[in-house]
Write a protein that binds this ligand. Sequence first.
Ligand SMILES: [Ca+2]
Length: 306
Amino acid sequence: MTARPRWILLVISWWVGAACHAEQIYWYSVGPASNLTSSGAAMTAGFSFELGVFKDGFVPGSANTADWAAKWVPAQRSTYNPDPELQRFDNQFTVTVANYITPFTQDPAAYVWGFQGGVASSEWILFRHDWTWPAPVGIPPNPNGLFWNAAHATAVLGTIYESGSPFLMQSAAVTNAASPPTTWQQWQTAELAGVASGPYDDPDHDGTNNLLEFVFGTPPKQAGAPPQTPVTLVNGHVQITIPRRIDHPAVLTVEVSSDLTKWDAGEMFTEAISNSPAALVVRDKTPLGPAHPRRFMRLKAELPTP
Ligand SMILES: [Ca+2]
């Protein structure tokens, strides 16, 4: 008869111990609310919000947007919900001993970065309040968690009206800067629910497989024209412009050939002219001429090895 009370005591002890080693961050915007892009259009489900910090003591500002993505260390992502009755993002993150690692251990300022990636232009909003990344064990222990409400925040980029009028959040247009990366797995989960979701499947039957839809940021469930990769001639060298999504990481290789049979790639054969958010530009090192009256190019896309 004495064994049962002892068992209950052990369970209670474990539960209290676990609760003391985690801090909850509830981060959210209150909705429904008017949340807009720079053009005044309503934010869509294409918008993601990430909770995170910048490493190396980096302080983001409107003048250094090109450096943000390289310094950004996200803890969690939330997709914006455009449902008219919701119009918000919300999520909760549990800070544990396991995920309390550099740079989160250095009492960094915490931010929320909302973004919709694009090739020519992206939409961004970045904001924070007096939010400092917490330790897994609150000192003193915080039984309620932290509530980080976008309405209370100050925008580094974009605009926030705490009252929600004329809107709550509005993003700013950003060109020539990369948004935080969206991995193949994240994109697959978000874009390919309910259809053939392998990289070489083509559920919308438009001839562009899912991997290339990912690379170019086109909708994989909505048939469209093939991605355009303009080719020009520069001083006799063939040059291809690939307006790929730099925030959708994939391994891209341009191969060149004189006969469509033997294909070559690598620094001996091609030269990367630029690799900007707007496009990857690659030039054939072999000029057109009597020895090479015809030159061909093709693009190979592969998923990054994990
Ligand atoms: Ca397709």
